[in-house]
Design a protein around this ligand. Sequence first.
Ligand SMILES: [Zn+2]
Ligand SMILES: [Zn+2]
Ligand SMILES: [Zn+2]
Ligand SMILES: [Zn+2]
Length: 516
Amino acid sequence: MENITTRLPCVIQRNGCNGEHLVASRPIREGELIFQEKPLVTGPLGVAFCEPKAFSTCLGCYKTIPSLYRCSKCGFPVCGLQCENMPDHANYECKIFAESPVNPVVNPSEYEKIKILRILLLKEKCPEKWKLIQSLESRESIRRQNFCAVATDIALYKFIKQECHLTEYDFDELHHVSGVSFIHSFPTNCPDVSDSPNHVSAARYASLLFYNASLLSHDCFPNTRYAIHASSGKNSSYSISVIATRNIAEGEPVTTSYVDPTLGTFERREILRERYYITCTCERCSDASEFNTFYSAIKCKNLDCHSGYLLPIFPLDSNSEWRCNKNCSEMPTSPNWIASLIQEVRSQASMSHSWETFDDMLEKYRTTVLHRNHYLVVEMQVELLKMIEKFIHQVESSQQIPLAKKMVELSRSSLAVMDVIYPGCNTFRGRLLYYLHEGLLALCLSRVNECADKTDQEIVRKSCKKHFVEALEIIREAREILLLESVGTIDWKNGTILSTESPRIKSLMAFFSFKN
Ligand SMILES: [Zn+2]
Ligand SMILES: [Zn+2]
Ligand SMILES: [Zn+2]
Ligand SMILES: [Zn+2]
């Protein structure tokens, strides 16, 4: 095992509450690749997580299985002869299952068992990796008090002892491995890029456990992002790249967010508590206004109070009541009322709408119920951007203008909040920049196409040139971000087509008499 910490811009530090974690050993620049590594263990991911209809995941290549083929040795579903001989399967569970009467049932929890089995087998097969896994945090003291976690581990223990006939492991070992796997695994469905990255290729459903990436501590205002890449061939292999999204000072923890940072505090902290056994007290969670963005704020219910917003009185207490920030006469609101409001907005938004009715609904919530920066507003704005992007190029120029304006407005207002709450070269920013550039270009092109004579052209040249210049700048930044994504994904493909050499850009350059 390579000791990467001697070459990396970070070192492992230990403290009481965080366990072992990474800290910058020198200043790290925004955009710098901090490390890249291969997984300690690769396990299959049950596809029910991603595609309820799919049949099952191949234990060799991790694609969904096209046929009813079963491994000739152990009877578990794989694609075919080549996949049953893949080392991930053949050298691990296949031998155990071939000798023991394990019933080849395939559902998501079964796949999780196979991954745990692969980790346990490292004890004998690769003691170095086993030692690294032993050193990772499993939040054991909290998990031991969680009834579901203990029940799952007891079932796993029976499976290992009674079905797999592996007697050399005790319950504590299994409990630790299960905790590590549960907390630190990275599920992925990134595409197979072995054939050609530019073609639509099958997704591979795997659950990966890395060493260094497991040492990134959680922060709701993270300073890194990651991307997982898959390459296949005889030996399927994955890697993770961790990249700084902000400048990181020497001595500062190198962090990631275990939950989607685009969620509001209430929801983030709930997932962190339930899924990761973390009670987050980071700067963002501690600040009811989330850095003055009012990202979770609800309009005051008092009709006479025009500028007040409800915020939690004690942001670190999930049972805290919410109170108007203008201290009006409105009584404090229970957290349950806030939770059911969020649920109601989400369910309204999930019903299928045309873009116009969706836009009306967004406008209603943005002006009468939620703060205009609320995370559900941002969520709906992105949904609307997706809808418009799908058909904007199919309508006539004159109809494109209002749609393009809408795209520009929606992406700009989302970016303004994200600049504060989730800045840097992350996927979400890359997507918003992509939409903004699409809106700006569509606006310029439709205006140009609508010109009837030379006078019109002169007007458009004057009024639209700034949009075109902005679009060119955005293309560079968006391309840089999107090309960091997992190779073969939609985001990555969008990055590859962003170019100042495209025919659309060339024709606009000629119109604005612009030199690249
Ligand atoms: Zn396969
Ligand atoms: Zn087999
Ligand atoms: Zn937090
Ligand atoms: Zn009020």
